[in-house]
Ligand binder design. Structure first.
Ligand code: LHQ
Length: 259
């Protein structure tokens, strides 16, 4: 259900149920969580690239999943979130290395939420983001009610979530929902290059930067200044900071090691 490749310091994770548009069933949940956890633990992996196989990125929860977890009439969706999507989104956000998401096709429901929980989202021009939850009577989940208003503001968040209108990749980029749009045929090359560049970067500093920006939503400027002081103290003793400054002064390209 999930393919994992380790290339150039990048852990490439591909959702792999193309005939079901990579809808997430219980097996995929387990595999995806394990792959991300392993990438987090592996010092040789300095960035993650998440994408989908086939014509879709991810159609969200597999609505036909007959896993025992979905048992009950009706099943307790809160318990399912607590056991599956919530830990997954928390893990992604807590990963102290950059996560690039290459949205190769439609991202619907929790599939859209999953993409938006990544750090840098590139989408193929033909991709669409669909807050499909309202179409089946559910609430946007997997962080979408937090990421959407943070990224695009309350008006657009409500418009998307209440109507379920598909959002074109181009508009998503114009609105600031994602980082960029790439021609379909170039998406994977560009996303792999970006992930490899990030993996060759000052990993400690990048991880701390991610943490600082994520904290901003819940902090005052005052609290954020304190946080920057603490994180900069950590970055300032990294080997990559010393290397970055030396390379600058010696007018050469830095060779970061991720430490
Ligand atoms: C699918 C799915 C899918 C199963 C396509 N499941 N098979 C959290 C906790 C617990 C429970 C509930 O939910 C959640 C969070 C959520 O994610 S709720 C939202 C769930 N997702 C959706 O509602 C999206 C459902 N899918 C669609 O609306 C369409 O498939 C989209 C718009 C994504 C793509 O449309 P098309 O390009 O026309 O493709 P298609 O509909 O023909 O799908 C192709 C196949 O994939 C088809 O199977 P089949 O055997 O007929 O070829 C679909 O049944 C299957 N598929 N999404 N979520």
């Amino acid at each position: 259900t999930v393919l994992v490749e380790r290339v150039e310091g990048v852990c490439r994770i591909t959702l792999n149920r193309p005939d079901k548009l990579n809808a997430v069933n219980a097996a995929m949940h387990t595999a995806l969580y394990a792959a991300l956890e392993a990438a987090g633990r592996d010092d040789a992996m300095r960035a993650v690239l998440l994408t989908g196989a086939g014509r879709a990125f991810c159609a969200g929860q597999d609505l036909g999943d007959r896993d025992p977890a979905m048992a009950g009439d009706p099943p307790d969706l809160g318990a399912i979130l607590e056991r599956t999507y919530n830990p997954l989104i928390r893990l992604l956000r807590a990963l102290d290395k950059p996560v690039v998401c290459a949205v190769n096709g439609v991202a619907a429901g929790a599939g859209a939420s999953l993409a938006l929980a990544c750090d840098i989202v590139l989408a193929a021009r033909s991709a669409r983001f669909i807050q499909a939850f309202s179409r089946i009577g559910l609430v946007p989940d997997s962080g979408a009610t937090w990421t959407l208003p943070h990224l695009v503001g309350e008006a657009r968040a409500k418009g998307l979530a209440l109507t379920g209108t598909p959002l074109a990749a181009e508009t998503a980029a114009d609105w600031g929902l994602i980082w960029g749009v790439v021609a379909d045929g170039l998406l994977m090359d560009e996303a792999r290059t970006l992930a490899a560049e990030l993996a060759a970067g000052p990993t400690v500093g990048l991880g701390l930067t991610k943490r600082a920006i994520q904290a901003a939503g819940g902090n005052s400027l005052d609290a954020q200044l304190d946080l920057e002081r603490d994180l900069q103290r950590e970055a300032g003793v990294s080997a990559d900071y010393a290397e970055g400054v030396s390379a600058f002064l010696e007018k050469r390209t830095p060779a970061f090691t991720g430490r």
